[in-house]
Design a protein around this ligand. Structure first.
Ligand SMILES: [Zn+2]
Length: 294
């Protein structure tokens, strides 16, 4: 993947202050800012906030940000203007990204929300920070991840290259997470979905779609090499049954495939349209009658 080599060329200053012990929220936010800029440039930039697709992603991401227990960071949800890559990831500091191609693959709000919930969960559980901390302690772990993501024999540029390249690659390539991190993020996302009244089974359907695309070779190698989407889906199905998440979703007005916020705003839009039509009609009548419309 070309992206990795470009990311590897990033300035080492991003990680120059890599903390050996616990990373503070402020450090994570600062690191996120550096990573985000490079990642945005690499993926063709982000859609402006006012874009309908960007607004939809913000609207669906915000409820997860509200449910997150991390209050020290501000979450953001952005769409990368990229129609080639199917990917979503959490950069450090609560910066969640999804490519336009992946947004368009989601059949409904619930599928899109499942992805955003999963990425929010990685941040909520400090998976990124924990991984960076681990690498700070154990250089060998960093090199092992470098081998996994970049391929063996590509580390000729030196140790700092591997740390940086691997860590940034980690941000954009989900296989960088441990299996435990993935299942934690899957589970938390499903629980959040049900609390929001969304159908948690949408997480299974969108992962299944990614799996089928991977099987068909339509997906980049990082997703394609992802070990166990089928296994993750089986675990999710068990969790939904064991924790009765459909009942939780029902208590919260679901299980829905479309976010109710969207329905409410559709209602509002309809009201505005009716009001607008009334005003236009009155104006027309006033014109016909030669009166000034007040
Ligand atoms: Zn993940």
């Amino acid at each position: 993947m070309k992206l990795i080599s470009v990311l590897a060329a990033l300035s080492t200053t991003v990680l120059a202050s890599l903390p050996v012990r616990a990373m503070t929220d402020a450090q994570e936010i600062e690191m996120g800012a550096g990573v985000a800029q490079k990642v945005e440039d690499r993926f063709g930039g982000v859609l402006p906030d006012g874009d309908p697709l960007a607004r939809r992603v913000q609207r669906l991401g915000a409820p997860f940000a509200r449910l997150s227990s991390r209050r020290g960071i501000g979450y953001s949800y952005k769409v990368l203007k990229n129609d080639r890559v199917l990917n979503a990831f959490a950069a450090p500091g609560g910066r969640i990204y999804i490519t336009r191609r992946l947004v368009n693959m989601a059949a409904n709000d619930a599928e899109l929300a499942a992805i955003l919930g999963h990425e929010t969960a990685h941040t909520d559980r400090r998976h990124i920070a924990a991984t960076f901390e681990k690498f700070g302690r154990d250089q060998r772990a960093g090199t092992a991840l470098g081998d996994k993501l970049l391929g063996k024999g590509k580390q000729g540029i030196g140790r700092s290259f591997i740390s940086l390249g691997a860590l940034i690659a980690f941000v954009v390539a989900s296989p960088g997470y441990s299996r435990r991190h993935e299942s934690e993020a899957d589970a938390l996302s499903a629980r959040w979905m049900s609390r929001l009244g969304l159908d948690p089974r949408a997480e299974i359907s969108i992962l299944g779609k990614a799996d089928r695309k991977a099987a068909a070779g339509e997906i980049e190698r990082y997703w394609a090499s992802h070990p166990a989407i089928r296994e993750r889906n089986a675990t999710l199905a068990r969790l939904i049954a064991q924790e009765n998440l459909l009942a939780v979703a029902r208590e919260n007005g679901g299980p829905r495939l479309w976010w109710s916020g969207r329905q409410a705003s559709a209602k509002k839009r309809a009201r505005r349209t009716r009001r607008h039509r009334r005003v236009v009609r009155k104006r027309r009548i006033a014109q016909v009658m030669g009166q000034k419309y007040a």
